[in-house]
Design a protein around this ligand. Structure first.
Ligand code: BG6
Length: 474
């Protein structure tokens, strides 16, 4: 399907997200022929940081050159660039934005749809929504709202209320770009299109689950956003909790938005509120010296926690979630650890038995991604000696990536098509803030860790009797 004619309006168009993801993503969609024939993109920001349309095109060109898949050149770039304009907007004066949108609508002709992408920090969302409502830009419009959605339960509720006074829920797209990643969607295929794994996908066979997203990058100059957010809100209560939803949910009745989101929400309903004693908060050495960071900052740049899901499928299974900045590597890994057989008949080499992780399913969703089943196999030779072996499915080897889209690209397209399946809903988000509340109310102190390390030592303690799958020793 191709979307209807659209004017896409990016609020926060001079910010980091627009530069890294949205502008390069829209250009890729245009090149792939997935945008409607008639579309315009209007950038917006407060007058104090606004650009001219000319400067915005240059900004977009630089963004695409740095972060895009294809170079910003040739007729395709000129064609794309010609669709970009800019309009400043402040609560006191939304005039330039309104004029830019009207101009874009006139050029398209008919009544194109509007799609607003609010690429602004959570604290700024409600006022942008009000501005859009007050200036008539919410008519015939959908809205993509960034994560984190609010900063706690009260602010998420207030934001939902503010949005609902202006937009109908059917046109609200709360984005979490991890849910648009190919290999994350593949979790649904893996689980529900195959009879192979689902019978063992439960507490009888799985001992614990790890969802681990270490990042090598530091905050990369995003002090303002990060100081107000921290890793728990930026990564855990958003991306990692959503992944947990996909891993833990029951089979949905259908793949439509309502069934999918309802099943995910049931998992969130069964999540036991976070116990602050089972949380590690870390801060990398030197964070407090970053420009724009409070020298006494208590903001965490790493968060790890243990969670329990109180339902029939998962009772007694621990879920460990971890993410942090300035760590030794960038990975996206979900590991399901399976229980050992009731009897151990085979002698293991001492080192291998100490490893204690012989049956694992490892989903690496670092696009394009791999899925690895790890099991014990007999080593060739006269003795019955076992050693771990891997069965690997590699996305890149198995499929052409010609039609692959990045998370943001897929989701912006879905929003234009009006499909909410891979977006989060108000009920789920509010429940997740409820689950997070004990930690937000009494966070443990941050523990320092060296840049480029694997985080504070207490992470090992947190996951005992298990071990983090990363770093991989073999
Ligand atoms: C964003 C966070 O949502 O996700 C960033 O705000 C983080 O802090 C990024 O670096 C990670 O996304 P990806 O797709 O690069 O793993």
């Amino acid at each position: 399907a191709t979307p209807d004619d659209h004017v896409i309006i990016i609020s926060g168009a001079t910010g980091d997200l627009a530069r890294r993801k949205l502008l390069p993503g829209l250009y890729h969609l245009a090149r792939a022929g997935l945008l409607p024939d008639r579309y315009r993109i209007v950038g917006s920001a407060p007058a104090a940081v606004a650009l001219s349309s000319e400067a915005f095109r240059e900004h977009a060109r630089e963004a695409v050159a740095e972060f895009g898949l294809a170079k910003p050149e040739g007729p395709q770039w000129l064609e794309f660039e010609s669709r970009l304009t800019f309009g400043a907007a402040d609560p006191e004066d939304p005039g330039p934005l309104v004029a830019a949108v009207q101009e874009a609508e006139r050029e398209i002709g008919g009544t194109p749809r509007l799609l607003h992408h609010l690429a602004v920090p959570p604290q700024a969302c409600a006022s942008v929504v009000q501005l859009l409502g007050a200036s008539g830009l919410a008519r015939n419009a959908g809205v993509i709202v960034e994560k984190p959605f609010g900063t706690d339960l009260a602010s998420a509720r207030a934001l939902n209320d503010a949005i609902h006074t202006v937009f109908d829920e059917s046109r609200v797209f709360r984005i979490d770009h991890f849910l648009g990643k190919e290999s994350v969607d593949n979790i649904l295929a893996l689980r529900f299109a195959n009879g192979l794994l689902e019978p063992i996908w439960n507490r009888d066979h799985i001992s614990h689950v790890q969802i681990d997203v270490p990042e090598h990058i530091d905050i990369q100059g995003r002090a303002h956003f990060f100081e107000g957010t921290g890793t728990f809100r930026d990564m855990i209560v958003t991306h990692l909790f959503q992944l947990l939803g996909f891993i833990a949910m029951e089979p949905p009745a259908t793949l439509d938005a309502n069934s999918l989101r309802a099943e995910k929400d049931k998992v969130f309903q069964s999540l036991r509120p976070v116990d602050p004693a089972r949380v590690v908060r870390g801060q990398y050495d030197g964070y407090r010296d970053e420009p724009g960071v409070d020298p006494a900052s208590d903001t965490e740049t790493l968060a790890a926690l243990r969670l329990e899901i109180d339902n029939w499928r998962w009772a007694g299974v621990s879920f460990y979630l971890r993410s942090g900045k300035a760590l030794a590597a960038s990975r996206h890994v979900i590991t399901l650890g399976f229980r050992e057989p009731p009897l151990r008949m085979f002698p293991l080499a001492a080192q291998e038995s100490a490893e204690g992780r012989h049956n694992e399913l490892v989903i690496d969703f670092n696009d394009p991604g791999t899925i690895t089943a790890r099991f014990l196999a007999k080593k060739p030779g006269p003795d019955m000696r076992l050693t771990p072996a891997d069965m690997v499915f590699d996305y890149a080897d198995s499929f052409s990536r010609d039609h692959a889209l990045e998370g943001y690209e897929r989701l912006i397209l879905d929003a234009m098509l009006g499909d909410q399946s891979l977006f989060t809903d108000a009920t789920g988000i509010e429940r997740l803030w409820e689950v997070a509340a004990p930690l937000l109310d009494s966070p443990p102190p941050v523990e320092p860790y060296a840049k480029g390390s694997w985080g504070p030592d207490s992470l090992t303690e947190l996951i005992r009797p298990y071990r983090w799958h990363l770093p991989r020793s073999s």
